[in-house]
Design a protein around this ligand. Structure first.
Ligand code: NAD
Length: 369
């Protein structure tokens, strides 16, 4: 694989290959763009079949983080890391501490966190070697479970969508179908119930459905029937690629807005079809940015109330995206990419002014920023 051409394609700044024979570590850290600030993004552990596959994934994911942070209004750039290995079999303290030393070597240009295949415990091993990690436990000064903050952002994002479609941000009496009532879906159901929405919920775990039926008077729906629910809003909070060639014909809602990642099987194609069907789609990476806002807060000293308040700002971001999409007759997905690119472009101009940067304090330790 031609590495420089791959980096050139989406203009990645830096790619670091990390190898440690003793721990067996093979990892790649990709820094896509640091115009807005240090590159933040999780570490994915996956048994990639080839090195090319791992590199492609880290390049794609790190670029996605640039857009996510920029659209959320955060002063963070985009980065991501992948560790090649089986998360069920190959994890140990030495591996993550070796990885932590590589992260430390980047001196804050890249800040890591958990992702698919990694968990809080792994990040605590990383923390033993570097402060440049977020998403660690509350006991170690971290932010703990991000899902209440993610759900808060989704709830406010939903309100912005309702304002655009129904001329009122109120959810009282609205019918909302939630797919997946795990962490994010459950907290979202709670917010919606408090505001008087009528809920239809599904999950492959029956106990989770029963909890929502009991607590929020929700109507239980079989997993495969959720697309046919007579609801005005569909909130995917489980898996990715659930809007595909088959389901896009079935959904009857006016708004699709939920916490799940990568909801559209094909962003371009399905984004366009939703637009033609006059179904308002809240771009997933925008509406679920509460999780990122939560960990971003950890960098300078975590306060849950502040994180929750900032997640409410997703309302304004979606308002802007919907306005751009309507003005330019484009999909909301394309509009959000444009908003992110505009912000990066504008902020890069600010950097022409020279300032003397002062060391900053992060969890009690001082670092040059
Ligand atoms: P979770 O595992 O707690 O909840 C997901 C729920 O979906 C589970 O209860 C699971 O049983 C259910 N589910 C799985 N397959 C299903 C199916 N086919 N039909 C119906 N239900 C199904 O996960 P979570 O933390 O709530 O995250 C949900 C989604 O939001 C994921 O896509 C995640 O990547 C994304 N996300 C989460 C956060 C966060 O803060 N947790 C932040 C950003 C994005």
């Amino acid at each position: 694989m031609k590495i420089f051409s791959a980096m050139h394609e989406y203009n990645h700044e830096e790619v670091v290959f990390c190898q440690d024979r003793d721990s067996g570590l093979r990892a790649i850290i990709a820094i896509h763009d640091t115009t807005l600030g240090p590159a933040l993004g999780g570490t994915r552990m996956w048994p990639y079949k080839t090195e090319e596959e791992a590199l492609q994934d880290v390049l794609r994911l790190s670029r996605g983080m640039t857009y996510k942070s920029a659209a959320a209004g955060l002063n963070l750039g985009g980065g991501k890391a992948v560790i090649i290995g089986d998360p069920q079999r190959d994890k140990n303290e030495m591996l993550f501490r070796a990885f932590g030393r590589f992260v430390h070597g980047l001196n804050g240009r890249y800040i890591t966190a958990e992702d698919v295949g990694t968990e809080v415990r792994d990040m605590e091993w990383v923390r033993m070697e570097t402060p440049w990690v977020v998403g660690i436990s509350e006991a170690l000064g971290g932010s703990g479970d991000p899902s209440p903050v993610t759900a808060r952002g989704v709830y406010f994002g939903l309100k912005a969508c309702c304002e655009a479609v129904f001329d009122t941000s109120s959810l009282r009496g609205r019918k909302v179908a939630i797919q997946g009532v795990g962490h994010v879906g459950y907290y979202l159901a709670e917010f919606l119930h408090k505001e008087g929405a009528k809920l239809f919920v599904t999950d492959i775990r029956k106990d989770r459905v029963r909890r929502c039926v009991g607590q929020f008077g929700a109507t239980a729906v079989e997993p495969d029937k959720i697309y046919d629910a007579e609801a005005e809003i569909f909130a995917p909070c489980a898996l990715g690629a659930i809007i595909n060639d088959e389901t896009i014909q079935r959904v009857k809602c006016k708004i699709i807005a939920g916490g799940a990642n990568n909801q559209l099987a094909d962003e371009h194609k399905h984004g366009r079809i939703l637009m033609e069907k006059r179904i308002l789609y809240a771009p997933d990476y925008v509406i679920n940015a509460g999780g990122l806002i939560n960990v971003a807060n950890e960098v300078e000293g975590y306060h849950r109330d502040k994180a929750l308040k900032e997640a409410e700002g997703i309302y304004n971001v979606l308002e802007q995206i919907i306005a751009i999409a309507r003005q330019e007759n484009t999909s909301t997905h394309e509009a959000s990419n444009r908003l992110a690119e505009q912000r990066i472009e504008q902020m890069s101009k600010l950097k022409r002014m020279h300032v003397i940067s002062k060391p900053r304090e992060i969890r009690g330790e001082r670092y040059a920023w």
